[in-house]
Design a protein around this ligand. Structure first.
Ligand code: F0G
Length: 487
């Protein structure tokens, strides 16, 4: 199939099933362990799915970060990697890919997305600054706050609605943006941040029309725009599907248009190009020079930025592949299938389907668990116990504890089930849906969690919790009653 031709395949039966436009050539054996072993594993991991060992996991849906399947061409490119501390040809190939795909000439390599956030925050944010954005990402917020900034999420009314038909829930509310500028003054707003396929609200895209409106305001006040392009391929795919003006535009053109609107584009390569690493790019020499000095200090020399040259080669190829619809539509296609099936079964999921994963609404799934007992964390643990599938809590555990000792309750309590690109099959997806359905029918058995060990920064990564009662044992007993010795 040609690059940029439509991947949509219709079935004679009328069924809507995503078809894989790739074949599997390397496989990894998975383990679906008995439920008693899974219960033991989650207890050892402090009821935190980050602390599980993949030997105990069947479908690892924690994240798409660094877990997308690489293509044959990416693997092949790694053989030509040029080992050199300075001036590596691998870097220049990656730089050329960024110029072509994002249309930005000046490139700074970093070891992953949050390193780009560190460099950008350190360079441009000073204490007392306000940073408007469609929504935060955990590491983004942490870096901005470490540098004395405060983030302001100026999303539209639709953004936090679980059930919606709005095509662009990641849009910025222009009225709120103007209010914020009036409140803080343009000199205290170093930049406006837009995050493609807004991660924490369910992988929801924004439109180019919205970006253009934001740009207009930014120009009026002389404020810079920064794009988090970690999930830009999927956002571009949604623009093509949902924004009439771009229905026949190539993904390559859409990517260029999105990046062209922003002054600085940064990304996690672990997502956008199915490899590792990250980067920052711009066409503004002055901005480039301001950020450049931090690269050797925190990342490595300017031609590797903490990445291995093999990763840099694979990143270059992965960036070109981000312009291929058959590549970038695969994960959204599977997510759409899963979301529509779960919705049909009456299970509360974020609609419309977005990027990155299916997002189950834990507050409606487990309405009997108060937010102070972490419904999304409890749902992640319960699903792992009954299926071996690992999702990620995106709720109050991923939030922070305030100075008064209380949790800052998250806007949403989500269980995120990531669909890394070209990794899972449709039968595995059906298994997941079946087990979520069983859990939904038995949801009253699931109870809350409490912290037993709570780190101060980014507590969701390493924090340990425990069940507030013996609900995990009761859940296991019911599973055995219904499934016998089935895994
Ligand atoms: N920005 C966004 C929108 C992200 O989703 C991530 C990572 C980062 C920045 C940081 O990039 O991990 O390379 O340092 N998201 C991962 C996730 C961790 O699971 O959603 P990184």
């Amino acid at each position: 199939m040609d690059q940029n031709s439509s991947p949509k395949v219709k079935f004679f039966s009328g069924e809507q099933i995503p078809v894989e436009l790739h074949k599997v050539r390397i496989v990894q054996k998975l383990h679906l362990k008995p439920i008693d072993e899974r219960l033991k594993a989650i207890k050892q991991g402090g009821f935190n799915t980050f602390l599980l060992n993949t030997a105990d996991i069947f479908l690892d849906m924690l994240t798409d970060s660094g877990t997308n399947a690489m293509s044959d061409n990416q693997q092949a490119s790694m053989l030509q990697a040029d080992d050199a501390y300075a001036g590596s040809q691998s870097f220049y190939r990656m730089e050329a890919a960024i110029k072509e795909v994002f249309g930005k000439e000046l490139v700074l390599p970093v070891h992953q997305g949050r390193a780009a956030e560190n460099v950008i925050s350190k360079t441009f944010i000073k204490p007392g600054d306000a940073i408007p954005m469609n929504y935060h990402f955990t590491t983004t917020k942490a870096h901005m706050e470490l540098n004395g900034g405060e983030i302001f999420e100026i999303f539209t009314e639709e953004a936090l609605k679980i059930k919606s038909k709005h095509p662009f829930k990641g849009n910025i509310d222009i009225h709120k943006l103007r209010e914020l500028i009036a409140r803080f003054g343009k000199e205290h707003i170093p930049f406006i941040r837009m995050e493609a396929s807004t991660n924490l609200i369910g992988g929801q895209p924004f439109s180019i029309a919205n970006m253009r409106e934001v740009r207009k305001v930014a120009d009026e006040f002389g404020i810079m725009m920064v794009l988090d392009a970690s999930l830009i391929g999927e956002n571009a795919w949604f623009i093509k599907q949902r924004e009439a003006e771009f229905a026949t535009t190539s993904i390559k053109e859409i990517l260029r248009t999105m990046c062209g609107i922003c002054d600085i584009v940064y990304f996690s390569s672990r997502k956008v190009s199915s490899t590792r690493g990250g980067g920052i790019c711009t066409n503004n020499k002055d901005l480039y020079m301001q950020m450049r000095e931090l690269i050797p200090l925190y990342e490595g020399f300017l031609t590797y930025g903490g990445m291995s040259v093999r990763e840099i080669e694979a990143m270059a190829v992965g960036l070109y592949e981000t312009t291929d619809e058959t590549v970038i539509s695969q994960s959204p296609g599977f997510i759409e299938y899963a979301v529509n099936e779960l919705d049909r079964l009456g299970i509360p999921v974020i609609t419309p389907a977005g990027a990155l994963g299916a997002h189950v609404d834990a507050m409606s799934f487990l309405p009997h668990i108060p937010q102070s007992e972490y419904p999304a964390g409890a749902l992640a643990a319960a699903l792992y116990i009954i299926s071996g599938c690992r999702g990620m809590e995106r709720g109050t555990i991923s939030s922070v504890r305030l100075e008064n000792g209380e949790d800052l309750l998250a806007d949403m309590e989500l269980l995120r089930l990531a669909f890394p690109r070209r990794v899972f099959t449709l039968s595995q997806t059906k298994f997941l849906i079946d087990r979520i359905n069983w859990l939904y029918q038995n949801r009253e058995l699931v109870g809350g969690l409490k912290f037993t060990e709570e780190p101060k920064v980014l507590r969701f990564f390493m924090g340990r919790l425990d069940a507030v009662s013996d609900w995990p044992e009761k859940l296991v007993a019911k599973f055995k009653q219904d499934f016998g010795d089935s895994l």
